[in-house]
Design a protein around this ligand. Structure first.
Ligand code: HEC
Ligand code: HEC
Ligand code: HEC
Ligand code: HEC
Ligand code: HEC
Length: 273
């Protein structure tokens, strides 16, 4: 991951033409920003973003436009994860052919970084611990091209392509149900179990926040040092989809948090007369 939006002055300063192009583009974008009132575009100097953000695509290539919008609203964008981090290509080249090179291709092309089979390892480039968890899951054997071959879910099935959707109690059920249902006969009990587990994830977050806000630092520091790691491990464990194990571990972590919350509460009560 590299933040191309800040450009790379060292490599550009050698060639005056390369200085002028971004300058001209910046002026263009600033002019556009004034016209469109969109100040988020001002700092951009990434050719993928510049070209793909063209509003004309809304009319001429709606799908292309939608993908750009999805990224634009994503956590990844906020974190400086750019198009080329997932798609490859050269974000300094202004010309489409040069920018795309041989690496950038659509999800249906074999060998594409975003083909159905390659998505987990592409995402795993940054989310390695979760990817390693996912590799242990029963789903990994089903990361195959075609639905008829009993296709399983890959990262994008649950998280969206770029907008990195985080499922909640209701949407997780719907997502699992797409494949685990009575008609398919593929473990129809799974969606309810998943929903319960995710509910426990949310309780864990709630208790965690409570202790963080109400607890005295001296009282909670050691606790959080252990707990943070446990919660990170839970995310990795979730992605193995070993449901009995996840049930057990989420209950265990929730119990630890409940006990600590009771302690923090008692402490507060003893201090307020
Ligand atoms: C000058 C404009 C331009 C630039 C620069 C550009 N693209 Fe594109 N891109 C397009 C257009 C137009 C399409 C639609 C398909 C086509 O015409 O090839 C496209 C298609 C794509 C696709 C879908 C490919 C497919 O076969 O369906 C991806 C992915 C993509 N671009 C990513 C990138 C990335 C990553 C970069 C930067 C490294 C980039 N683009 C730079 C204009 C551009
Ligand atoms: C976090 C990784 C990630 C980032 C960042 C990202 N993409 Fe994508 N993109 C994907 C994935 C994964 C797919 C395949 C989605 C699918 O199968 O639905 C995809 C699909 C696409 C497609 C459609 C390809 C096709 O199959 O027709 C286009 C176009 C595209 N992205 C353009 C972009 C552009 C432009 C940017 C930057 C503005 C960008 N993407 C940033 C992961 C990413
Ligand atoms: C170049 C590195 C990089 C790549 C590649 C990448 N991510 Fe991320 N992702 C990040 C960073 C950085 C964050 C924000 C910090 C965090 O939550 O870990 C993030 C956050 C997320 C989140 C949490 C979002 C939230 O709302 O908290 C999800 C889900 C996610 N990524 C899924 C994916 C998926 C799916 C792919 C592949 C299509 C992918 N990521 C590819 C770097 C990356
Ligand atoms: C796109 C389809 C698809 C989606 C969506 C999906 N799965 Fe699966 N899942 C599969 C397939 C295919 C298998 C392998 C079944 C087999 O081997 O018979 C599987 C197997 C499993 C298994 C192992 C079952 C066993 O005991 O053998 C678990 C657990 C599981 N999925 C959990 C989930 C959860 C939880 C969700 C939702 C968050 C989910 N799956 C979403 C397709 C899917
Ligand atoms: C069947 C659905 C499903 C699949 C497939 C899936 N995830 Fe997730 N993912 C979830 C759910 C539900 C959560 C929220 C629970 C949690 O925090 O672990 C989550 C959480 C995350 C988070 C946020 C963790 C945090 O610290 O908050 C990241 C990042 C992530 N997934 C990345 C990935 C990547 C990368 C892949 C593919 C290798 C993937 N996921 C595959 C459902 C899925």
């Amino acid at each position: 991951m590299h933040d191309t939006r800040n450009g790379n002055p060292a490599s550009r300063s050698r060639n005056p033409v390369l200085i002028l192009i971004p300058l001209a583009l910046t002026l263009l974008i600033v002019a556009e920003a004034f016209a469109g009132g969109d100040d988020s575009a001002v700092a951009v100097t990434n050719s993928c973003v510049e070209c793909h953000s063209n509003p004309d695509f809304l009319v001429t290539a709606k799908k292309l436009y939608d993908y750009y919008q999805e990224w634009d609203l994503s956590v990844h964008r906020q974190e400086g994860v750019d198009c080329e981090d997932c798609h490859g290509g050269n974000s300094d080249a202004r010309d489409k052919k040069q920018a795309h090179g041989t690496e950038v291709s659509g999800g249906l092309a074999a060998g594409s970084t975003v083909s159905f089979e390659n998505i987990p390892s592409t995402c795993g480039g940054c989310h390695d611990d979760i990817y390693q968890g996912f590799r242990k899951s029963d789903h990994i054997a089903h990361i195959v091209k075609k639905k008829q071959e009993k296709q399983g879910p890959n990262c994008v099935t649950c998280h969206g392509s770029m907008n990195t959707v985080i499922l909640n109690v209701n949407t997780v059920k719907e997502t699992c149900q797409r494949c685990h249902n009575e008609a398919s006969g593929n473990h129809p009990e799974i969606p309810d179990t998943a929903s319960e587990i995710l509910n426990r994830f949310l309780s864990i977050q709630r208790y965690y926040r409570y202790i963080g806000i109400r607890g005295e630092p001296a009282e909670t520091q050691a606790f959080f040092a252990v707990m943070d790691e446990r919660i990170r491990d839970l995310s990795v464990l979730w992605h193995t989809f070993d449901l009995p194990k996840i049930e057990k571990e989420t209950r265990f972590v929730l119990d630890l948090l409940k006990t600590k919350r009771a302690e923090v509460r008692d402490h507060q009560r003893s201090e307020t007369p």
